[in-house]
Design a protein around this ligand. Structure first.
Ligand code: NAD
Length: 258
């Protein structure tokens, strides 16, 4: 039983802050979950913890999302281990350098594009045959509020997250037009308490609480987000509760862009 009972989900970058919350929530709600990350130790530790509470639900894989061969291998292994694939969450992402344009570099852009943007195409491409075969597939792409609104110093990140937002709509329309029962939606969190905020903490002299307070200033609900705030949205999009929802974007931002 559970809101995603019988679903088989692959989550990238799942050893990180948001991915962990998503993996726990999906496993708790009845799904089998493939936890993939470049950090294999982190992925394994998470899978072990989940399996201790929900035996047989979690599987861990080493997976660099910028590498097409690894996508092919990891998806094949996950499909075999889980008995199929019905949900893909493209969650892996990096912030890139916090710099203004004159200090920015092509190396930074290529790195951020490879991890945040190209990876999403690779995931959609190689997961699609399995998502179609599942009979009710769902793709959830983790963009950011930074894909909808700009922030100084975040050029590469803004550009990749905007690309993911638009690409998600293309995929949604392709699936609909082709008559595949696969939906695609994007999720746009504002600042959420995870290690990706470390550069802001460093700017605040290492004081995490004061960094979080500073980031919360522009947010009408007067706090930054918790990983579960995002995971609840991903759970809904992964489930059949959202079966009429595709090509949409979901802001999880405490009212910041209202
Ligand atoms: P995080 O740093 O805690 O987790 C990111 C994970 O991605 C890490 O476990 C890391 O090992 C993994 N990763 C990095 N490069 C990878 C690669 N090449 N292949 C596979 N895995 C890789 O950050 P998070 O906050 O959990 O971020 C998850 C997603 O949410 C990202 O796409 C991020 O851009 C997005 N997001 C986060 C926030 C926030 O404030 N936390 C806000 C908006 C959007």
């Amino acid at each position: 039983s559970g809101r995603v009972a019988g679903k088989r989900a692959l989550i990238t970058g799942a050893a990180g802050g948001l991915g962990q919350a998503m993996a726990w929530m999906m496993a708790r709600e009845g799904a089998r979950v493939a936890i993939t990350d470049v950090d294999l130790d982190g992925a394994r530790a998470l899978a072990d913890a989940i399996n201790a509470e929900h035996p047989g639900r979690a599987f861990a894989y080493r997976h660099d999302v910028t590498d097409e061969d690894q996508w092919v291998e990891v998806i094949a292994a996950a499909v075999k281990d889980m008995g199929g694939l019905s949900v893909l969450v493209n969650n892996a992402g990096i912030g890139g350098r916090l710099v203004f344009v004159e200090e920015d570099t092509v190396a930074n852009w290529r790195k951020v594009q490879a991890v945040n943007q190209e990876s999403v195409m690779l995931g959609c491409k190689h997961a699609m045959p399995h998502l179609r075969a599942s009979g009710a597939g769902s793709i959830v792409n983790i963009s950011s509020i930074a894909g909808l609104a700009a922030g100084p110093g975040m050029g590469a990140y803004n550009a990749t997250k905007a690309a993911v937002w638009m690409y998600t709509k293309t995929i949604a329309l392709e699936c609909a037009k082709a008559g595949w029962n696969v939906r695609a939606n994007s999720v746009h969190p504002v600042f959420i308490k995870t290690p990706i905020l470390d550069p802001f903490v460093a700017m605040a002299g290492g004081d995490e609480a004061s960094a979080h307070q500073k980031l919360a200033r522009g947010i009408p609900l007067k706090r930054i987000g918790e990983p579960d705030d995002v995971a609840y949205c991903v759970l809904y999009l992964a489930s059949d509760e959202s079966k009429f929802v595709t090509g949409s974007e979901f802001k999880i931002d405490g009212g910041m862009t209202a």
